[in-house]
Each structure stands twice: as C-alpha cells, then as structure tokens.
Design a protein around this ligand. Structure first.
Ligand SMILES: C[S@@+](CC[C@H](N)C(=O)[O-])C[C@H]1O[C@@H](n2cnc3c(N)ncnc32)[C@H](O)[C@@H]1O
Length: 351
C-alpha cells in the first residue's frame, strides 16, 4: 500500500475490556509505538504508517485518530480557525469511503448539550451530511478531555463502522459471539503448528470464521445440537469463503461421533443461560463436554472455553481431567464472562 501523509499519528483503540493484551500483541505486529492502556478497553499508541492499515485490526472494536485542539472548552471549536481545521480532518477521514450519504454522530459527555448540538449542526452543513440518530453515524467522532485537562481532543473513528462488525456476518443469531472475542480465542497459543481443530457448540460459526481467516491451512470440525445454528454457521462460513475447510456436524457436544485422541485445539463458546440454554441444561452439558473434549483430544491439546457460568465451570474443571492454565475476565454486553484456557492433566489417550 502506498504511504501517504497522515493527519494524526496518535491513535486510540477501543476494545472489549479484558482483551487489551490481545490488542497489544496485534498492534506490536503492526509496529505501533508508545503503546499504553488509558483505562480498561482503551489504549493509545503512535503509528507512523498509512492509517488505512489500522482498519484491518481484528482485535479492536474501533480505532480513532487523535487530534488535539488547544481550546479551553468545546464551544471554542466553533471558531473559524478550529472549525476549518476540523472540517479538513473529517473530509480526510471520509476520502476513501465509497459509502453514499454518510451520517454524522458525536459522542461526548453531555453529547446533547446546546454547544455540542450547534457543533454537530455546523459540521453537518459544512460537510453536506445528515445527522445520525442517537449520536451514532458512519462519520463518528468523540470529544475527550485529556487527563491534564489542558485542551480538548477530537477523536475521529477510522472507517464508517466499528471494526467488530465483520463483512462475513451475513446472519446474526441471538447469542452470537462478538467477533473480536472470537478472534482473541483463536490467538491463544498452543504447541502444535499442525492444529486439527474442533469447535464444540459452534453456533453461527464466529470462532470458526475467525480461526479459518487467521490460518490459511488446516481443516476444522464443528458440532452443534441445533440445525438452525448450523445453517447460520454455513451461511457465515460461505460469506467468508472458508466453508470448504469446515465440516459441520449435528451432534451433542457431550457425545460426538469423532475418533479418540485426534484433536489439537478445541474451542467452545458455551451456552450460559442468557440467550441460549439454561442452568439446568448446563449442569449436564458442562461435565459431559469436558469428558468428551478429553476423549477426542491429543495429549498436548488445548481447550479454550468462554462462559458466564464461571462457578459451575470451575467446579466441573476440578472434577475433570483438565487443569486451568489461565482465566481471563472480560466485559461483554454488561456481563463478565471468563475465557478459560485448559490443558489435560494426563497425557494418556482415553479410548
Ligand atoms: C453461546 S452459543 C454459541 C454462539 C456462537 N459462538 C456464535 O457466535 O454464534 C452456544 C451454542 O451451544 C449450542 N448447544 C447447546 N447445547 C448443546 C449441546 N448439548 N451440544 C452441542 N451444542 C449445544 C447451542 O445450539 C448454541 O449454538
């Protein structure tokens, strides 16, 4: 990609709180500099390259260019000099978009105050765009006061929509996993490079797609008990052009038709009684799934699980042949599910 002048080389990433380490890893691979966590779910960094590269980040919900304005309060942004600069920044942000009729939204503490409303209206007129409802919009900016409170920052989102909204998601089901969380699950390292992969409780296929897009070889197996979910998975996999690498099976995760000792890497975004399943079902499913995962796995296999039924899963793990390597709390849609990484206690293959 041809390098072009960037209007800002300071950026802010928004991510799922708890997944900052995955974002840092990804940003390091982009040669980002001066990485720091501002608060859970928000990181700052410097990047000297073409900002268009940053919209390919897969662990981020959104990335913003940071523009500092030496003004004491947002009202001063309405002055000619600052407004002209801001219009230039926003025009540059939209330059590569093919989108017709983008709408403008501003996020700020007090986003509906008289001053912010006036700023929105002025910007909308000067840019010839509509105002978005609920302060969302394809052209989206946030007004932020830096910690030293010496100025104001205008953060302009790169791209017309959050990066967590993937093109491959052509069908969205209740309980579908946020794609950045699915991506993070696929980034957990395991020993075997020749991964044979199983996704238990695959639902609409979010983890499968993110895994297949990140690793260009290898076949994936997936099971779910619901035909409706399997057909959603098929559609999302087709849209991501990865369906040919995945075998989808209708099976109970506690009793699959798969051979013993064959799998290197197992994923499951477990039902946890919100959108999908119930606690009573989970009392049966969780121990059965751990037993079955143990049976089908190779000695060095890794089992990567996500659930909000943390106490139940911890109890089942203690009674199983798996041990916990790590447990990471994340914040997702107002809940605090945990990401568990497990390894087998014993290397004996159960037949
Ligand atoms: C939280 S959802 C998974 C969502 C998925 N990650 C996605 O992005 O769509 C849990 C899934 O477990 C499946 N499930 C529930 N009980 C199951 C069982 N006994 N065996 C296999 N799958 C089961 C449900 O059909 C559902 O698709």
């Amino acid at each position: 990609m041809r390098k072009r002048a960037s209007l800002s080389n300071e950026y802010e990433v928004e991510c799922i709180p708890g997944l900052e380490a995955f974002v840092m890893d990804e940003l390091n691979s982009y040669d980002a500099r001066s990485l720091e966590t501002l608060r859970p779910g928000f990181l700052r960094f410097r990047f000297a390259g073409d900002s268009r590269l940053l919209i390919t980040l897969r662990s981020a919900i959104a990335v913003y260019g940071v523009h500092r304005f030496e003004v004491p309060r947002p009202k001063a942004l309405l002055g000619h000099q600052h407004l002209t600069r801001l219009i230039g920044i926003l025009r540059a942000a939209m330059r590569d978009w093919t989108l017709q009729n983008p709408r403008l939204g501003i996020g700020a503490a007090g986003a509906n105050t008289r001053v912010i409303n006036r700023l929105k209206e002025e910007l909308a007129i000067l840019l010839a765009v509509e105002l978005a409802e609920e302060n969302k919009g394809e052209l989206y900016l946030r007004l932020v006061r830096p910690v030293d409170r010496s100025a104001w920052e205008v953060l302009v989102r790169l791209g017309p929509r959050p990066l967590s909204k993937r093109d491959w998601r052509v069908i969205n089901v209740p309980g579908a996993l946020n794609a950045t969380v699915a991506y993070a699950m696929t980034q957990i390292r395991s020993q075997d490079a020749q991964d044979s992969v199983l996704n238990m409780c695959c639902g609409s296929g979010s983890i499968l797609v993110e895994h297949a897009l990140g690793r260009t070889s290898g076949q994936l197996l997936a099971v779910d008990i619901s035909d409706k979910m399997l057909s959603a998975a098929k559609r999302n996999l087709c849209a991501s052009n990865t369906k040919h690498r995945v075998i989808l099976l209708n099976a109970d995760a506690g009793r699959t038709p798969l051979p013993s000792g064959a799998i290197d890497r197992i994923y499951a975004d477990l039902p946890f009684g919100g959108h999908v399943g119930s606690h009573a079902d989970n009392l049966r499913l969780y121990p059965a799934l751990l037993r079955e995962a143990y049976r089908v796995s190779k000695p060095e296999a890794v089992l990567i699980l996500l659930t909000h039924e943390v106490k139940l899963l911890r109890k089942c793990i203690v009674q199983s042949n798996w041990r916990t390597i790590s447990e990471t709390k994340i914040t997702l849609s107002g809940l605090h599910p945990r990401l568990f990484v497990l390894k087998r206690k014993s290397t004996t293959i159960y037949r």
